[in-house]
Design a protein around this ligand. Structure first.
Ligand code: NAG
Ligand code: NAG
Ligand code: NAG
Ligand code: NAG
Length: 265
């Protein structure tokens, strides 16, 4: 670092340093070859109990995977992209997975965000995921608001029902635990409940599902290991693995188009 500082003092060297910085800060774009269904092959956390997981396929979106450097702020966008890739696979002729700028554009268009949101590094959460999924694919979502992590267990029956009925991936965001993540399944054994987490905070090119699982980017997480004091919002897209979005719209707690968002959740 000191050497860099000395070299970067001259104007000529400054431009070289800028170039070097740009080179090292631009991640590899491999958006055409993202890994699929990275949770497959994980062992259930206990040998007894019941497991419910998503039906269908998704691509694993994470920090930088499409060449855009979103490290430190893009986890909600990446989780949304993973969910969009799943929905796309269930509905014919559906729009492509949106880039981060495209997502920002949609949220501005929907007047959820002011125009200054474009190009910002502002985070998005479960609510924005609902809006975008509804706008692009016509899929309504339900939001489960968990007031504190220690109460997660109370909501687990709803998640089990969701995976059995719809089988779509969930987005989970929070305040103190502000790392957005996708939930791909649930395992319940007596009072022990685990969620199958796909974490978008990975940097670099993901080589294999085995590597991601070994390094715990994909893992079964006991619900006691979530932040007890954090609130969580979980977005549940009401779309089945065969693209049925007609079913049970009345069950959507959030009917996105009708919502008057005076209070951010
Ligand atoms: C399930 O397995 C755990 C250990 O993995 C054990 O403590 C528990 O009693 C078992 N429950 C049942 C219902 O067999
Ligand atoms: C990454 O590659 C895709 C496909 O080639 C392209 O559409 C996209 O614009 C690229 N992303 C960036 C940030 O350049
Ligand atoms: C879609 O869901 C609705 C309500 O659950 C059901 O009545 C309908 O048969 C389903 N359609 C298909 C194609 O599965
Ligand atoms: C939303 O609600 C606020 C406060 O209840 C109200 O003043 C405003 O007019 C509403 N906006 C729309 C578009 O309904």
């Amino acid at each position: 670092m000191l050497l860099m500082d000395i070299l970067c003092t001259g104007a000529f060297f400054q431009s070289i340093c800028l170039l070097m910085f740009k080179m090292t800060s631009t991640p590899v774009n491999y958006s055409e070859n993202l890994l699929q269904n990275v949770h497959e092959g994980t062992e259930p956390p206990t040998t007894n109990g019941t497991t419910s997981v998503i039906q269908g396929s998704y691509h694993y979106y994470h920090y930088g995977c499409d060449g855009m450097n979103d490290k430190g702020w893009g986890c909600g966008y990446r989780t949304l992209q993973t969910i969009c890739s799943w929905i796309r696979g269930t509905i014919e002729h559906s729009p492509a997975v949106p880039s981060i700028p495209a997502i920002q554009q949609i949220l501005i268009h929907l007047e959820d965000k002011p125009s200054g949101f474009m190009g910002s590094h502002d985070w998005i959460g479960s609510f924005e995921v609902c809006l975008v999924v509804d706008h692009l694919y016509g899929v309504s979502s339900k939001i489960i608001h968990v007031t504190k992590g220690s109460d997660l267990n109370q909501h687990m029956p709803s998640l089990i029902e969701h995976f059995n009925r719809y089988g779509s991936p969930l987005m989970m965001g929070g305040d103190q635990d502000c790392s957005a993540k996708a939930v791909m399944g649930i395992h319940a054994s007596d009072s022990d409940v685990y969620l199958l987490i796909v974490d978008p905070h990975y940097c670099g090119r993901a080589r294999s599902c085995q590597e991601l699982q070994k390094k715990e980017w994909v893992k079964w997480q006991h619900i006691d290991e979530f932040v007890h004091s954090s609130f969580y919002n979980i977005c549940l897209p009401l779309c089945t693995g065969n693209g049925n979005i007609s079913g049970d719209k009345n069950n959507a707690v959030i009917k996105v188009k009708k919502i008057n968002r005076t209070k951010k959740i």
